[in-house]
Design a protein around this ligand. Structure first.
Ligand code: DSN
Length: 434
């Protein structure tokens, strides 16, 4: 356990929550596909003195004094991000993935403009224009879907048709509940045909792209790529926007052209959307990007996929329906209501009781409510960080399905919980990844 000496001395109430969370993470398996365990170095940076500093503006152009080291650390983060993803520009200031997406919209779109994105129940994300978001009131979001939820193939013909009809200013590739890879080449071509900017929200798969096991949208003509820095990328909670184009002085408003996207993005993030960036998080991002540039990250990314495949095989053998017919990335979306008669909410609760954390999730065209949907979503980034391999991943999938089957039998659940704890003991959360 981390020492947290000062917190312990000063604030017993908060200390108790830290202690509880640390035990929960140590003794349970994390299968939420958007979560991961960061290294101690990332956590140290996140809790560092940089949290004290205001740094509105950009390196060399700040509105407050005392920026020698904040400038240095932000430049390190930017250079590493550019190297990792092969682009001209990175804005590392977005406080999260939602801010990154909103910043990208504000950089390029005018109110009333149309965005073509993935249907939300087919895997798209809230920030891609769900009716509950403010963005959906500002911009007009239209949708593309899977052709067939059993294979996961996207209906690219329909995408082209909708794009020609609706004339979007932006086509958005990205998802949080889709288990295949998108065809960036076709999406990039469609965007070009209709004169739209191609933007990828790679939040879920950033680590897979950084590790070279998934394609990089920048290689297929995409102009903007947003991401979170946690999830598969294994950094601190935060966001980032990358682009191709001319990087120029963010203090001067440029003409609205594709080439000027980097500067349009900088100005959209600050002063357009945010105030002071969180420099402690920027330092932690810099460290995480350094870790992702290390050769070992390629092995990590490849193992995430192998582990997901091992779990997929168990689900298939036990005849549990998987959306998109399985997985080609780090996540699986399983229709537990359709296959096992267990609603997603109950499945999540049963698995929590045996030390397995995942989340309930809507499935394509779900008729159940989002709060008690038909599916569960699970993924392998965090267990792969713990160094579980295919055999252990398959065993975890077996134990999950056993727990769901035997959910009324407490003694069976208890023995599954014991096995999960033993597995956690054998595969502790590492402090360092390089
Ligand atoms: N909340 C994230 C996820 O779990 O996919 C997306 O923002």
């Amino acid at each position: 356990m981390d020492s947290y000496d000062h917190i312990k001395k000063q604030d017993a109430e908060v200390f108790a929550t830290l202690e509880g969370e640390e035990t929960r993470e140590r003794e349970g398996l994390e299968l939420i596909p958007s979560e991961n365990y960061v290294s101690k170095a990332v956590r140290e940076a996140n809790g560092s003195v940089f949290t004290n500093k205001y740094s509105e503006g950009y390196p060399g152009k700040r509105y407050y004094g005392g920026q020698t080291y904040t400038d240095q650390v932000e430049l390190i983060a930017i250079e590493r991000a550019k190297k990792l993803f092969g682009c001209d520009h990175a804005n590392v200031q977005p406080l999260g993935g939602a801010n990154a997406n909103i910043g990208a919209y504000f950089a390029w779109l005018e109110p009333g403009d149309t965005v073509l994105g993935m249907d939300l129940s087919h895997g798209g994300h809230l920030t891609h224009g769900h009716p509950v978001t403010y963005m959906s009131k500002l911009f007009n979001f239209v949708r593309y879907k899977m052709k067939d939820p059993e294979t996961g193939e996207i209906d690219y013909d329909e995408m082209r048709e909708v794009a020609k009809r609706e004339k979007p200013k932006m086509i958005l590739a990205g998802y949080s509940g889709y288990s295949r890879e998108l065809d960036y080449k076709i999406i990039g071509e469609i965007a070009k045909e209709v004169g739209a900017v191609a933007m990828a929200d790679m939040a879920h798969v950033a680590g897979l792209i950084a590790g070279g096991v998934h394609k990089n949208p920048f290689d297929y003509g995409f102009q903007i790529v947003t991401t979170t820095t946690h999830k598969t990328l294994r950094g601190p909670r935060g966001g980032m926007i990358m682009s191709k184009g001319i990087v120029s002085n963010p203090m001067k408003a440029p003409e609205k052209t594709i080439e000027n996207l980097p500067t349009l993005i900088d100005r959209a993030v600050f002063p357009g959307l945010q105030g002071g960036p969180h420099m402690n998080t920027t330092a932690a991002k810099a460290i995480a990007f350094g870790e992702a540039l290390h050769p070992s990250f390629k092995t990590y990314a490849a193992q995430i996929l192998k582990n997901a495949k091992a779990m997929e095989e168990v689900f298939r053998n036990r005849e549990v329906r998987m959306l998109a017919g399985g997985t080609s990335n780090h996540l699986i979306l399983a229709d537990v209501f359709g296959s096992l008669g267990i609603p997603g909410k109950e499945a999540e609760e049963v698995l929590d009781r045996v030390g397995i954390t995942l989340n309930k999730n809507s499935i394509a065209d779900d008729t159940r409510s989002p709060f008690n949907p038909s599916g569960i979503r699970l993924g392998t980034p965090a267990i792969t960080t713990r160094k579980l391999m295919e055999a252990e991943s398959a065993r975890v999938a077996e134990l999950m399905l056993d727990a769901l089957r035997d959910r009324a039998d407490q003694s069976k659940l208890d023995s599954i919980h014991v096995e999960i704890k033993e597995l956690c003991g054998k595969f502790p959360i590492p402090d360092s990844f390089v």
